[in-house]
Design a protein around this ligand. Structure first.
Ligand code: SF4
Length: 482
């Protein structure tokens, strides 16, 4: 194909970097451990600031890192200017996320000039994929750590803290088939909602997506460990849990699939709601939809990325389903889970996408009538198979297609919301409305935001409401007796 480039090699489990290519050193673990135990006796840990970009998986990873560091005596601050250590948890699934994360580095470089002892670490997906470039191009970076190496962060950070300014950066980006951060139960940061990772990595290799190469292959967490984490969260006040995975439908532990995992989580005493994301149309099962339709605590909300309405483009994307199969799943979901809200991801302007194929996407989006959608212009991501395709759709045409899609989806969302007016449902109270202290803010089971007058309830209460008015995308509800 015209414009074809050589495909970069896959990263494989346990891959070792050729350290001779890099300006890096191995940490002196003994020296770092000694400094660490000396510090833990004094009780005054270094101050850490973590900036997180990207998806909920990154948010969840940051909580794991905070737990690891807190257990080691580190403290957390809310501004990089007050920190001894700044960690940037990066995302590269979209070009915009990557640009934002890398943009942060310019500010950190200026901070490092003012404070040469500041330790700066790049972690997450960009760290994994661009490990060499980061240390070569940004020599002031102290640490580059991939998503499977966070367990080593305490000792790597300790090594940096005791190294003189100017010491070459450390690199740890080995991908492991077994790393699950399994027995680490994250400290909850407050609030009644929490994310719990059930599966890490992805085996799907969609041609546009870098995730399998930055987060490695699929690994499911043992169910008992998931349940322990949910029980711990509930004991800390959590009422609503979102189970996370790049493809939750691939979950397998012993002979349990995701439907059984979801059902088991819903049985945890004290938990009021459970939801999950993300599903894959090739793997989602009727059993899962059955469980969603029959277990009360499971929210009637399904995020089911379609990506394109054209079978030819889906094939190019390595998405192993057709638009007909996708529409069939939507039909079954609506039969089995009455009132289910649907959301999706769509990419416009994938290489070679014709006007007619884009129109097929518009038609599908119109036919499904999604409640919400994440919509993006295609941009080639490093290390993906689609990077070898010529990105032949002009930016102006991609922008025009995206604009048309967003306009259509806004109409869909508005129509779906208007159809809810007058409905009796419930909300789980999440907090006081930032716009009006006399109102609570909460969500319906199908994830619609609602404000309602405060009347002696508490955060975490689930109360019956009638949806009375729509202000933008937020409902104004009224408490009812049921
Ligand atoms: S299913 Fe596809 S888009 Fe989703 S994480 Fe896996 S490779 Fe990426």
């Amino acid at each position: 194909m015209e414009g074809e480039k050589k495909c970069p090699p896959l990263f494989v489990e346990g891959e070792k970097i050729d350290m001779s290519e890099l300006v890096t050193i191995q940490p002196d673990f003994t020296r770092a451990q000694t400094a660490r135990s000396r510090r833990s006796q004094s009780g005054n840990g270094p101050a850490v600031y973590i900036r997180t970009y990207g998806c909920q998986m990154n948010v969840s990873d940051t909580q794991t890192i905070e737990t690891l560091l807190a257990d080691d005596g580190y403290q957390f601050v809310d501004a990089p200017e007050h920190a001894d250590i700044v960690l940037v948890n990066t995302c590269m699934i979209r070009e915009t996320a990557e640009v934002r994360a890398l943009g942060q580095l310019a500010n950190l470089s200026a901070l490092k000039k003012k404070n040469p002892h500041l330790v700066i670490g790049i972690i997450g997906c960009i760290a994994q994929a661009k490990r060499k470039e980061i240390l070569e191009e940004q020599p002031y970076i102290d640490l580059v750590v991939g998503p499977d190496a966070y367990r080593k962060l305490p000792v790597l950070l300790e090594e940096r803290l005791i190294s003189p300014p100017g010491t070459p950066g450390l690199l740890e980006t080995t991908l492991l088939r077994e790393e699950l951060y399994d027995e680490i139960v994250p400290h909850h940061q407050g609030g009644i909602t929490a994310f719990v990772t059930v599966i890490r990595g992805c085996d799907k290799f969609c041609t546009f997506c870098v995730v399998p190469r930055t987060r490695g292959r699929e690994r499911s967490r043992p169910l008992p460990s998931i349940l322990r984490e949910v029980e711990s969260l509930v004991s800390q006040g959590v009422k609503d849990v979102t189970l996370l995975g790049q493809n939750v439908d691939s979950y397998r532990w012993e002979d349990r699939d995701f439907a059984e995992c979801l059902k088991a989580v819903a049985q945890v005493d004290g938990l009021k709601r459970v939801r999950f994301m993300t599903s894959h149309p090739a793997d989602i099962s009727e059993r899962l939809l059955d469980v969603m339709g029959t277990v009360d605590k499971i929210c009637p909300f399904l995020h089911l990325p379609v990506q394109s309405g054209s079978n030819r483009v889906l094939d190019l994307m390595n998405r192993p389903y057709t638009r007909e199969r996708y529409l069939g799943i939507v039909k079954t979901a609506r039969e089995k889970v009455p009132g289910i809200a649907l959301s999706t991801d769509v990419i416009v302007g994938f290489p070679t996408e014709s006007d007619d194929e884009f129109q097929m996407t518009l038609d599908l989006v119109q036919e499904v009538g999604y409640d919400s959608a994440f919509m993006f212009k295609y941009s080639a991501r490093p290390l993906t198979k689609a990077e070898r395709l010529r990105d032949d759709i002009p930016e102006i045409l991609k922008a025009e297609r995206l604009g048309r899609l967003i306009e259509l989806q806004q109409e869909n969302s508005h129509r779906q919301n208007e159809a809810q007016l007058g409905k009796q449902t419930s909300i789980l109270i999440e907090g006081i409305s930032p716009k009006d202290a006399a109102m609570w803010t909460g969500r319906t089971p199908d994830f619609r935001p609602v404000v309602v007058s405060r009347n002696g309830e508490s955060i975490g209460d689930e109360i019956p409401v009638q949806l009375r008015e729509l202000i933008g995308f937020t409902f104004r509800g009224e408490r009812i007796n049921r």
